[in-house]
Design a protein around this ligand. Structure first.
Ligand code: GDP
Length: 389
């Protein structure tokens, strides 16, 4: 009996000891540290995954999550459009050297004889001004030199400026019709051969309009070139402009229609529609552009049809340009890549050949390198400063 009691006692003692041991091990167990997410942990990153805000709200008291510093909106504030041509005048350096300075140097000679006038003519023709415009300008300059006489460099510059501006045209209406109507936005169609800078121009133009305080909806109706819609959307997103797009190879006319519809819904000021400019066959292009215009006009007339031309293609571009003017009623020309050419005279030739004013010029690949065209500022840029002559 006593042995039984001893064995039971021992068992009880061992059980108590084992329980005590377990408790003591549990008590010293190291708890995993409480991880506080920091800005670099995924958890914290998730808190800033939402669209970037200009402000981050304070969390509840005691909230240990470390927040990102407030981020400023990533929407660009584009440069105002006024005076851009003057600011970007150095981009016309190639034309300035060959055309502006060429004229200046020739006509500052002590004797301006027949041979000099021939060189003047040559300079203007090389600048792509075209024969008729060149002959007229030379005739006017000859009269000024003969009748008025030119006493000094400042006077020569003034005469050249005045006559160049006359050739470019003072009276043309170069305003862009982008103001909204009572019940719908202004509609701008952008047309031209692919590669001329059409999509880039749409993007830059959206920035010009936003800079001037307008709200814009973009339409990616160039469904032929695979990257065009992405490219346009990226441009639009940078200035907070929505882009309406459809499937690749989809119907451009229906995208154009939907774009204007969206513009009406969101009460946008201006709708800009990028179109495809493939030149497989003239009739295909005619059908497509004609359809885009017809369908868009179910909402109301198109306000502005801009034809984009690459200035570096010079006189060759004019043949294509004429084709477009036969297809749609073009109301303004955009001459792109003026920074890449010495042939500034193309402005005069294009307007003369097509009878349509140049309204905008592209002076580089940067987002704000599109300038409203101003004849005086353009002539000034071509002639440069007297001081550097
Ligand atoms: P699209 O096919 O007519 O839509 O042509 P893109 O808009 O894609 O432009 C074709 C190329 O021309 C791109 O590399 C543009 O960056 C470039 N480009 C457009 N405008 C200008 C400009 O004014 N100056 C220069 N240097 N390049 C330009």
């Amino acid at each position: 009996m006593i042995e039984i009691l001893v064995v039971v006692g021992l068992i009880l003692l061992l059980t108590v000891l084992a329980a005590a041991g377990l408790m003591s091990r549990g008590g010293s167990r190291v708890r995993p540290p409480l991880v506080r997410p920091t800005a670099t942990t995924p958890a914290a990153a998730a808190t800033t995954d939402a669209p970037v805000l200009t402000e981050v709200q304070e969390g509840p008291v005691g909230d240990q999550v470390q927040r990102q510093p407030a981020l400023i909106s990533d929407v660009d504030v584009p440069e105002p459009s006024a005076g851009r041509l003057t600011r970007l005048r150095s981009r016309l350096a190639q034309s300035q050297t060959t055309m502006g300075r060429g004229l200046f140097t020739l006509l500052s000679r002590d004797t301006v004889d027949e041979a000099t006038w021939e060189e003047v003519e040559e300079t203007l023709l090389t600048s792509d001004m075209g024969l008729a415009a060149t002959n007229e300008l030379v005739a006017r300059l000859r009269t000024r030199v003969r009748v008025d006489g030119i006493k000094d460099v400042a006077e020569l510059r003034a005469v050249l400026r005045e006559e160049l501006v006359t050739s470019i045209g003072r009276d043309a209406d170069r305003t862009l019709k982008t103001l909204p109507h009572a019940d719908r936005p202004a509609v701008v169609l952008v047309v031209g051969v692919n590669g001329t800078g059409k999509t880039t121009t749409c993007g830059k133009l959206a920035r010009v309009l936003v800079a001037d305080g307008r709200s814009v909806v973009l339409g990616a109706a160039d469904t032929f070139r695979a990257a065009a819609a992405d490219q346009l959307q990226t441009w639009g997103a940078r200035v907070g402009a929505e882009t309406v797009r459809g499937p690749e190879g989809g119907d451009p006319a229906s995208i154009a229609f939907e774009t204007v519809k969206k513009g009406i819904e969101v009460k946008a000021d201006t709708v800009l529609i990028d179109t495809a400019g493939r030149l497989h066959t003239k009739s295909g292009l005619m059908d497509e552009l004609g359809k885009v215009k017809r369908v868009v006009e179910k909402h109301g007339p198109v306000d502005e049809t801009l034809l984009v031309l690459d200035a570096t293609t010079g006189q060759n571009g004019l043949v294509q340009a004429r084709m477009f003017t036969e297809l749609v009623e073009v109301t303004g020309i955009v001459l792109t890549k003026m920074d890449g050419t010495a042939k500034g005279g193309i402005v005069v030739a294009v307007q003369r050949e097509l009878g349509i004013p140049v309204k905008l010029i592209g002076l580089g690949e940067g987002p704000d390198d599109l300038a409203p065209f101003e004849p005086e500022a353009f002539a000034d840029a071509l002639l440069g400063d007297e001081a550097v002559l």
